[in-house]
Ligand binder design. Sequence first.
Ligand code: XMP
Length: 324
Amino acid sequence: DWSMRAFREEAVARIRETVGPGRVICGLSGGVDSAVAAVLIHEALGDQLTCVLVDHGLMRTAEAERVVTMFRESYNIPLVNVDAEALFLGALEGVTDPEQKRKIIGKLFIDVFEAEAKKLADAGGGPADFLAQGTLYPDVIESVSFTGGPSVTIKSHHNVGGLPARMNMKLVEPLRELFKDEVRALGRELGLPEVFVGRHPFPGPGLAIRCPGAVTKEKVEILRKADAIFLEEIRRAGLYDDIWQAFAVLLPVRTVGVMGDGRTYDHVCALRAVTSVDGMTADFYPFDMGFLGAVATRIVNEVQGINRVTYDITSKPPGTIEWE
Ligand code: XMP
């Protein structure tokens, strides 16, 4: 892609100019955006860059492992993988308000980075001067205001708040002017594998915002199983690339069901799948009913804790893609 080749060259030059001989820490989320940002910065700065993946225990099955393996084996980019599940789940305990969840997660991400940055500095090489993130243009706008309406915050994206002054680090956000399709094109230009570049977006706050109500480890595990079945069926049906994003949501509502000769009283799971160009607007995906029925049967049979499945047919606007 011609325009992405030009973007790549300019971005590399700009990163070199901004950072000079400084050191950079890049936060990886497991998703495409931060990985593309890291590979780009690595091209510009080589071993001035260290990546930190904060595993908050709120990712999908195997999401984090795949990125860790790719970075270590194919790219040889130094990567610290921090297990922070207990920290995040502890801080989220009993919290039900969606914005509060997002703020807690955003703050903890920064706290963990800060701690890791300090460890790296103590281990030699001195303090890092820059924190790199894979922030995209829609992340910036949606955290600030909503198109067409008055200036209100719809959702606080986990990576848009800026940094606390005490950190004494500057931000590097080389993708800040790009939309998702452009980031994918840039990822291809940088040689990232197609299966990775084509991945659906996944929000930084992870499964916490797909568990309306209080988040617990048990609920996250139930959700992860339902989500994996839904995605597996979508891939098997060859629909993955036609869909912008697909996922399960575990509702804090229990309903009565019957299985075998017994009564069940378990959670409801909602499935969400949308088409979109940039995430700013979206339409629900028109699966055929047979497909949805088969997914529902598998989820109820295979996931203990869920006895009812619904499909979300709201478009954006007025719905948002994520439920929180
Ligand atoms: P909504 O739910 O606002 O989502 O329609 C639009 C797109 O943004 C993703 N999203 C996030 N991505 N950090 C992210 O990196 C966040 O805090 C965040 N919140 C929502 C969402 O998955 C969808 O692709």
